[in-house]
Design a protein around this ligand. Structure first.
Ligand code: HEC
Length: 142
């Protein structure tokens, strides 16, 4: 067999294997919504509660509410982006204007997915679709 063919065959085997491995990893990493909400609660208590408060109600005029927030429901992708990259400037939440700064919290894609699932399922909030780390990864800064 020529060397070139040998190289091509080994490359083919290598790529098949790495593809298989990443598929296997994303398969094993998937968690249930219930588990994601549980993990998200830890993230919330560590990183978000000091501003948005345990009630998720925030502080009127300073820290916007997450409980019953129309912004969160209408702008899921933008909410994910704000956790990845930070958020500043004027926004309107439930009719009230906020013009403040939320720094990026340095969370992993999985932590962002978990905390999104937590805030979207707390304080009478209910979500339709579960947020996954893959979805978080795909969101780019706008
Ligand atoms: C230092 C205080 C602070 C921390 C910590 C913080 N936020 Fe925020 N958050 C803000 C502020 C201020 C805004 C509004 C920014 C603006 O006016 O543009 C905001 C906006 C938001 C919004 C969009 C508006 C809304 O109310 O629906 C979401 C969603 C959000 N934060 C979620 C989180 C989550 C989840 C965490 C934890 C991972 C977190 N925040 C941590 C201060 C904070």
């Amino acid at each position: 067999m020529s060397t070139l063919i040998k190289i091509l065959i080994s490359l083919a085997i290598y790529y098949n294997f790495t593809e298989f491995k990443s598929e296997y990893q994303s398969f094993t990493q998937e968690k249930t919504l219930e588990q994601s909400i549980k993990d998200g609660q830890w993230v919330y208590e560590d990183f978000c509660m000091r501003c948005h408060l345990p009630t998720g109600k925030g502080v009127s005029g300073v820290y916007p509410p997450l409980a019953q927030s129309d912004w969160l429901v209408d702008k899921v992708d933008k909410s994910i982006a704000s956790l990845k990259y930070g958020l500043k400037g004027e926004i309107k939440v439930n009719g009230e204007t906020y013009n403040n700064v939320m720094p990026a919290q340095g969370l992993s894609d999985e932590e962002i997915a978990d905390v999104m699932n937590y805030i979207m399922n707390s304080w009478d909030n209910t979500q339709e679709d579960m947020i996954t780390p893959k979805q978080v990864k795909a969101i780019e800064q706008k």
